[in-house]
Design a protein around this ligand. Structure first.
Ligand code: GLU
Length: 465
């Protein structure tokens, strides 16, 4: 078997959304898993609906996900002459013909067919007229079936009589999708088409064009769509945002790729895959044939898993970047990369995303005097009984020669013993004092990240509140 060449062929009419990204990922995996090539073709022939912004967004999203394509990007709009050349060849060879029927006439034919219980379609009345103007239609064989083995759905066969004489070139001279996609896939040497199953009805039509041209037919696979948790077509209200919105939400690209892969593909019970593992294990045999359900909670969980494993240095870089986006480059300079590098290991076991982590970093990046407090927590835990305890703790911490997790633990243990109280009596008051809320990682780790000076300043401020 020769080398596999797969492709992703988005229409740049909007951002790359979750569904499109998953299709791209599967095609990419198909090529990479077999040492093949993965090509990108931007199907920008619809000049009204295609935008440069969408094209850029698709390219950026693919880059962010790490779905690197081989060779140059092909822009379909640059290939119209070639599409027309093929259309002319099909006419010349008798596989296509001009038709000058008006829209009204075609509508009437369809209606008539429907009334007679037949499939509504163009009746082929211009087939043998030998016209030289009008739209160009494909001469669909009247008999036989067109069958193919879908790599995801299994065998599919359609009666040729069921298919219309599709238009290859519109009256304005523009080639249609089915024609252009075949010519481009052929010219780009595509051997494997993997795409959404909204295209499954186009495939037999495309195969007819391949055959008429005497070209090799690639293998086709159609992946089922993604549904929302309510089993309806995935849409914005399900959180089905564009890929780059997940970037903005502080998701890690490898987590997005992992989650997308599991929407329709499986390898045993494994949930978490590195890119390399996916490339090793991927096969279209393990692509599911029923729609997958988008689950934001699981997506969040997967991202959390990657956050936990991520290199804190990388998280620090990302935190810097996100902080600058949030407050502006100038203001962001008040917090150093080193600050974030200290904070990241403390927060990464619990952070759902970079944005979440940045939010949790807030108490750590402000000076003691600016620490915001949760009012209810202050009322409940910074009381006349607890403040004297905190004051005493300040003294004991100040007296420490060495500020370490161990010495902090020792000093607090001794304090509890001396006072004959439980840790519970001081844990939340200390927490509220040093981070302003009742939630934080372990107290002593938190103090370590804050450092001695900030820890003391915060405890003192709390006593004076
Ligand atoms: N441009 C088409 C679309 O975005 C995809 C064509 C194909 O994959 O064959 O739906």
């Amino acid at each position: 078997m020769g080398k596999i060449v797969s492709r992703f062929a988005p229409s740049p009419t909007g951002y790359l959304h979750i569904g499109g990204a998953r299709t791209a990922l599967f095609s990419w995996l198909l090529a990479r898993s077999q040492g093949g090539e993965f090509r990108l073709r931007v199907e920008d022939t619809d000049r009204e609906r295609s935008t440069q912004e969408a094209t850029d967004a698709i390219i950026d999203s693919m880059k962010w996900l790490g779905l690197v394509h081989d060779d140059e990007i092909v822009f379909q709009s640059t290939r119209v002459d070639r599409h027309n050349e093929v259309i002319d060849q099909l006419v010349e060879a008798g596989h296509a013909y001009y038709c000058d029927c008006s829209k009204e006439q075609v509508d009437a034919m369809r209606e008539k067919a429907q009334k007679e219980g037949r499939k509504p379609k163009y009746d082929g009345s211009c087939r043998e007229k030998g016209l030289a103007t009008g739209v160009v239609r494909f001469k669909t064989p009247l008999q036989g079936t067109t069958a193919f083995k879908d790599t995801v759905k299994g065998s599919i066969a359609v009666e040729n009589a069921e298919m219309d004489d599709m238009i290859l070139r519109r009256s304005d001279g523009s080639p249609t999708y089915n024609l252009a996609v075949v010519v481009d896939d052929h010219d780009m040497g595509i051997t494997s088409v993997l795409r959404g199953d909204d295209h499954v009805n186009n495939t037999p039509r495309q195969i007819l064009i391949y055959r008429a041209m005497g070209w090799d037919v690639p293998e086709f696979g159609h992946v089922p769509m993604i549904l929302g948790p309510d089993k309806k077509k995935l849409s914005k209200r399900h959180g089905a945002l564009s890929v780059m919105e997940y970037e903005k939400m502080g998701y890690l690209p490898e987590a997005v790729v992992n989650y997308l892969a599991r929407l329709g593909w499986s390898h045993g019970d494994q949930e978490l895959f590195s890119m390399d593992e996916m490339v090793t294990f991927f096969s279209t045999d393990n692509l599911g044939n029923s729609p997958s359900v988008f689950d934001l909670t699981k997506f969040e969980w997967v991202n959390g898993q990657y956050m936990q494993k991520a290199d804190p240095e990388r998280l620090a870089d990302m935190l810097c970047d996100f902080y600058a986006r949030e407050v502006g480059v100038e203001e962001a300079k008040s917090v150093t990369r080193e600050d974030f590098a200290r904070i990241a290991p403390l927060l990464q076991p619990r952070a759902k995303s970079i944005v979440d982590m940045l939010e949790q970093s807030q108490p750590f990046i402000v000076d003691a005097g600016f620490l915001p407090y949760d009012e209810n927590a202050v009322k409940k835990f910074l009381t006349d009984e607890t403040k004297p305890l905190l004051e005493e703790i300040v003294g004991r911490i100040e007296a420490l020669d060495e500020f370490s997790e161990q010495s902090l633990e020792d000093v607090h243990r001794q304090f509890l013993e001396d006072k004959d109280i439980k840790f519970k009596a001081i844990a939340q008051p200390i927490r509220v004092a040093i981070v302003g809320t009742t939630k934080s990682p372990g107290l002593f780790e938190t103090m370590m990240v804050l450092g001695k000076e900030q820890t003391l300043a915060r405890l003192k401020r709390a006593v004076e509140l």
